[in-house]
Design a protein around this ligand. Structure first.
Ligand SMILES: Nc1ncnc2c1ncn2[C@@H]1O[C@H](COP(=O)(O)OP(=O)(O)OP(=O)(O)O)[C@@H](O)[C@H]1O
Length: 281
């Protein structure tokens, strides 16, 4: 089966263990969310997968071939990283051309079209871009390279709400027209909860969850209603969070829901962000 496999990868920086015996795989044509608190090891994992840094132990395979010093396997992967490696004085349009020399399937026309949709001028150079437009420029390249596996590390860093919304729409558009594997590492969990099918949570260098979003969220539920009703219902239950507004309350509960709930209470699915906070605290 075509996939990216991470097998027993460990990476230390001096006394800091950034990745501890990580095993996982990214299957073809799926969208993954890679979540974890600051310093959990997300960027290190993406850098090891794309061979930007070497693991101390373990291997990464693309469709069965090791990526280490293997241009063919590496050509299947693209990482949009937090760091910007492009020459500062180079114009965007020239970077697009340059990218095509490394990634022959890079679609210059599509990239120019995305630049127009985001309002990015192709004649600007990298140095003159704001934080948001630097992310946009890197995103456009990632969405246009057409590699089977795309890794996005903090893709919406500095993007305003309108541009984030546009990015999520474009991502889904692209995915439905031309499916590929997309791995998104982000702290904006709620915003991607409807995009991702699978979720990988990394905590202090270890994977603590790797499953479908659906199965993760099936581990609990949300009840909403009047404060008095909710308070009485949640007594003795495993409550991981509460939101109150006026006389209304929502409680996020782990565990299985009873068949019958008291009248006046509404049930909905668990909130991914609340669950993440609880799992990674
Ligand atoms: N080049 C490096 N030198 C030393 N320590 C490093 C280096 N890169 C990462 N680390 C350490 O490894 C750990 C994992 O860092 P990493 O950047 O992978 O986390 P992250 O999950 O991406 O965090 P964030 O969400 O804050 O970007 C942290 O403790 C970090 O300080």
């Amino acid at each position: 089966m075509n996939c990216v496999e991470v097998k027993h990868v460990t990476k230390n920086f001096g006394n800091t263990c950034a990745l501890d015996d990580i095993c996982l795989s990214f299957e073809e044509n799926k969208i993954y969310g890679l979540l974890g608190r600051n310093g959990a090891g997300k960027s290190t994992l993406l850098n090891v997968i794309t061979n930007r840094i070497y693991a101390d132990q373990g291997e990464v395979y693309v469709n069965g071939e090791p990526v280490k010093d293997n241009d063919k396997a590496l050509g299947q992967l693209y990482l949009m990283s937090e760091k910007t490696y492009y020459p500062e004085k180079m114009k965007i349009k020239d970077i697009f051309k340059w990218t095509k020399t490394f990634y022959p399937d890079f679609d210059e026309e599509y990239a120019a079209n995305l630049a127009e949709r985001f309002g990015l001028k192709l004649t600007k150079n990298v140095k003159s871009l704001s934080t948001g437009y630097t992310s946009i420029f890197k995103l456009i390249i990632a969405l246009s390279v057409n590699t089977p596996y795309i890794f996005l590390d903090e893709p919406v860093l500095g993007l305003d709400a309108n541009h984030r919304d546009l990015f999520y729409r474009i991502l889904l558009e692209k995915y439905s027209e031309n499916p590929c594997t997309i791995v998104i590492s982000t702290h904006l969990i709620e915003e991607i909860s409807n995009l991702i099918e699978n979720i990988i949570i990394i905590k202090k260098s270890k994977i603590i969850r790797n499953e479908s979003c659906e199965s993760l969220l099936a581990g609990g539920y949300t009840v909403s209603g009047s404060t008095a009703l909710v308070d009485s219902y949640i007594s003795g239950k495993n409550v991981i969070g509460i939101d109150s507004l006026g006389g209304l309350k929502s409680a996020y509960i782990l565990g299985k829901k009873e068949e019958e709930l008291p009248d006046g209470l509404e049930v909905s699915k668990l909130d991914l962000q609340k669950l993440f906070v609880q799992l990674t605290n």
